[in-house]
Design a protein around this ligand. Structure first.
Ligand SMILES: [Fe+2]
Ligand SMILES: [Fe+2]
Length: 193
């Protein structure tokens, strides 16, 4: 069975940055959940005839919006003012590695989505241990389990439609790219800084 293992674990520097600026990380996290829903939706638009993809990603988009609603409630509970926040360069830099032609574009899109979900799973799990507020820790531990399911789901979609050796090879390449992107801590505290 093919497993997704991140090429580098999250540094203690990120944990320290995130805990010091938990308000900004929560605000960014709300945006991440909206983007996760939006990405699933844009795949539905791009591949409307791909039944397996549609059956998987329509419920996923709904689930990500439910995550957004729960993050939003925590923002309100903690009295964190809602304001626009710039995104970390992370997803944009990963997307630069998507090949343009099909079917390679679909494979890369599914694998990049799987990697982002896997990093979210790792980091939300860390917030589940280190967040300063008990309710937040419980929320993040619950959420981390959902994000683990999501990377598996994107990886399964890739394996359903592409040969396993091709998936493995491309996954290894993109995992190295992802680790390189995160090798320097971005100065703005974000889920993927
Ligand atoms: Fe989510
Ligand atoms: Fe997710």
């Amino acid at each position: 069975m093919l497993v997704l293992e991140l090429a580098s674990p999250t540094s203690k520097d990120w944990i320290d940055q995130a805990i010091r600026h938990i308000d900004l990380v929560l605000l960014d996290h709300a945006n991440c959940e909206k983007k996760a829903a939006g990405n699933a939706l844009s795949l539905l638009f791009r591949y409307p005839a791909n039944g397996r993809l549609v059956e998987t990603l329509s419920p996923l988009a709904r689930e990500e919006l439910q995550h957004f609603e729960r993050v939003h409630r925590h923002l309100q509970r903690l009295g964190i003012p809602i304001k626009p926040l710039s995104a970390a360069p992370y997803a944009g830099r990963l997307n630069q590695h998507l090949r343009r032609s099909e079917p390679e574009h679909l494979l890369d899109t599914l694998l990049v989505a799987a990697i982002i979900e896997a990093r979210s799973h790792e980091r939300l799990g860390l917030l589940g241990i280190h967040a300063p507020d008990l309710e937040l820790r419980q929320f993040y531990l619950w959420l981390a389990a959902a994000e683990e399911r999501h990377w598996q789901l994107y990886l399964d979609l890739a394996l359903d439609q592409f040969p396993a050796d091709q998936v493995q090879e491309r996954l290894d390449t993109l995992l190295q790219v992802e680790a390189e992107i995160l090798s320097t801590l971005h100065p703005d505290p974000r889920v993927h800084s």
